[in-house]
Design a protein around this ligand. Structure first.
Ligand code: ASP
Ligand code: MG
Length: 457
C-alpha cells in the first residue's frame, strides 16, 4: 500500500479536489490510503472563531463560521452538483450547526479550554475528509471516509497531542487495512486523533504530514506521497536565485536541517515514523503531477556536488553577552539559556569565546525584555536585520577544505558568526540581511553551476 497526503492547497476548492481525484485514480493499483488536510486557511479560521468566542465575541465567531460553511458548500455544490448527494449535504449541515452550538457554548461559559480548542481546530479535517471521499466516489474511486479519531490514538496533551503508536497501529490494522483488502480507498483527515477515552485531539499545526507518516509507518507503506503546490525541494529559494534547481533526492537529515533553517515545504521531523521504517517520502506537486518531485530517504544517494542545498533565514537578531570575569564560570551558560527559556524564545546558533557568548534568535518583540533580564548577568547588546545562511550536505563529512571554498566565495562580505559541526552536515554563518541575495547567488554559482544529474533536475 501507499499513503497519499493532500495538503490544504491541494484540496482548497472544487478544482483542486478534482485534480486530487485524478491523481489518486492513477495509483489505485498500489492501494492508496488518502490523508487530507482541511481546505487551505480553514484551520486558521477555526482557531480565530474559537478565540473570538473565548473572548465573548459571539457575532465575530458566528460570522467566521458562516463564511467557512459557505465555502465548503460552494465546493460541494461545484464538485457534486446541487443536492446530488443529500446525505453528505445533511451531514455537513449537522456538522456546521454543531460547530455553531459549540462556539455559542464557549461564549456562554466565557472560557476557551485547550480541549475545546482542539475539538474546533480538528473540524476542518473532519469535514474535508467527508467531502473528498464523496467527491472521489463520484469519480470512479471506491472511496470510504474514515474518521481519524477512531484510528489515531494520542495522549491528552491538547493542541500537540502525542500519538500512541502501539494502539494506533492496532487500530489502523483493524479499521483501515480491511478496507484496502476489499479494494476500497480509505480517506482520512490528517492532524486529528483522539484520546483512549475518545476525546478529540490534534497533533500540532501542520500535523497532516505527521498523520501520513503515522499511517504509512503503521501499515508498512512502500511509499508516502506528500502532495503540495510546489515541484519539491529546491537547491535554494528561486525567489532569491532564479538558477535554483529541483533536488531529486535528499536524505532525511539534510531535509531536516533545511527545514530548521527556513525551507518551508514540509517539516521532516514529522516524517520520522516513516523514515525509521525506511519508507521513502516523495514531495509532489498536485498542480504539476507529472513532475517527479523530491524523494526523501533515510540515506540519500551520494552526490558529486558537495552541498544539496543553501537556505537563508532572514529576520535574525544577534544577542551578544559579554562578561569579563565570570563568563566561563560554572553555570554561567546555563543561566544565560535560562533567560531565553523563560521567555520561550528558541535559540538557533551559538558561539562562545572566553569573554562572550553570541546567540541568534528570530527577531521578535520580547528581545528588549530578554536583553534586560540578561543584563542582570553581564553586558548585553543586540542587533537585528541579520540573516543565517546555511549550506547543507552529507558530503561535508568526507570532504576536506570546504570551509575555505565557502568563505572565499564570499570574501568581501562581513560575517558575524560561523557555525560548523553540530550536525556535521551543515555549515552556517550570519551576515547582514541586505547581503542575502548577493551571498546566496554567489554560493549557488560556486557550488551548483554544475549539478550531478542523478541528484538534481
Ligand atoms: N490543517 C492543519 C493545519 O493547518 C494541519 C495541516 O494542514 O497539516 O495546521
Ligand atoms: Mg503543511
Amino acid at each position: 500500500m501507499i499513503v497519499m497526503k493532500f495538503g490544504g492547497t491541494s484540496v482548497q476548492d472544487a478544482q483542486a479536489i478534482d485534480r486530487a481525484a485524478a491523481i489518486v485514480r492513477e495509483r489505485l493499483a498500489e492501494q492508496p490510503v488518502v490523508v487530507v488536510s482541511a481546505l487551505s486557511k480553514i484551520t486558521d479560521q477555526l482557531l480565530a472563531m474559537a478565540s473570538a468566542a473565548g473572548s465573548g465575541n459571539r457575532e465575530k465567531a458566528l460570522e467566521l463560521s458562516r463564511a467557512a460553511r459557505e465555502r465548503h458548500f460552494a465546493a460541494v455544490t461545484e464538485l457534486l452538483g446541487v443536492q446530488a448527494v443529500p446525505q453528505l449535504w445533511a451531514e455537513l449541515e449537522t456538522d456546521f450547526d454543531a460547530l455553531d452550538d459549540l462556539l455559542a457554548g464557549i461564549v456562554a461559559v466565557g472560557e476557551l479550554t485547550l480541549r475545546t480548542t482542539d475539538n474546533i481546530a480538528g473540524f476542518g479535517e473532519r469535514v474535508s475528509s467527508k467531502i473528498v471521499a464523496t467527491a472521489f466516489s463520484q469519480r470512479g474511486i471506491s472511496a470510504e471516509s474514515v474518521d481519524s479519531r477512531q484510528c489515531i490514538v494520542t495522549d491528552a496533551n491538547f493542541t500537540k497531542a502525542v500519538p500512541q503508536f502501539e494502539e494506533t497501529n492496532a487500530r489502523l490494522a483493524q479499521i483501515v487495512a480491511p478496507l484496502l483488502e476489499s479494494g476500497r480507498t480509505p480517506v482520512m483527515g490528517g492532524f486529528i486523533g483522539s484520546t483512549r477515552e475518545g476525546v478529540a485531539t490534534t497533533i500540532g499545526r501542520g500535523g497532516s504530514d505527521f498523520t501520513a507518516a503515522i499511517v504509512g509507518g503503521g501499515l508498512n507503506a512502500t511509499r508516502i506521497e506528500i502532495w503540495t503546490d510546489v515541484d519539491g525541494m529546491m537547491t535554494t529559494d528561486p525567489g532569491l536565485c532564479p538558477e535554483a534547481r529541483r533536488i531529486k533526492t535528499i536524505s532525511f537529515e539534510e531535509a531536516a536541517e533545511l527545514a530548521y533553517f527556513g525551507a518551508k515545504v514540509l517539516h521532516p521531523a514529522t516524517l520520522l515514523p516513516a523514515i525509521q521504517k525506511n519508507i521513502p517520502v516523495l514531495v509532489l506537486n498536485s498542480r504539476n503531477p507529472k513532475n517527479e518531485g523530491t524523494r526523501i530517504t533515510a540515506a540519500a544517494p551520494r552526490s558529486k556536488n558537495i552541498f544539496r542545498a543553501i537556505a537563508a533565514k532572514k529576520r535574525i537578531t544577534i544577542v551578544n553577552v559579554v562578561a569579563t570575569r565570570m563568563l566561563m564560570a560554572h553555570g554561567f551558560l546555563k543561566s544565560i539559556f535560562e533567560v531565553f527559556a523563560a521567555h520561550r524564545c528558541p535559540v538557533d546558533m551559538v558561539t562562545t569565546s572566553e569573554v562572550s557568548v553570541s546567540v541568534t534568535v528570530d527577531s521578535n518583540e520580547s528581545i528588549a525584555a530578554i536583553a534586560a533580564d540578561l543584563s542582570k548577568l553581564a553586558d548585553v547588546e543586540y542587533v537585528g536585520r541579520k540573516a543565517i545562511v546555511c549550506l547543507v550536505g552529507e558530503n561535508i563529512r568526507s570532504t576536506p577544505g570546504i570551509a575555505a571554498k565557502v568563505f572565499s566565495a564570499v570574501e568581501d562580505v562581513t560575517i558575524h558568526m560561523i557555525s560548523q559541526g553540530a550536525s556535521e552536515i551543515n555549515i552556517s554563518f550570519v551576515i547582514d540581511e541586505a547581503d542575502v541575495p548577493k551571498v546566496v547567488s554567489r554560493l549557488h554559482q560556486t557550488f551548483f553551476s554544475q549539478t550531478d544529474p542523478e541528484v538534481f533536475a
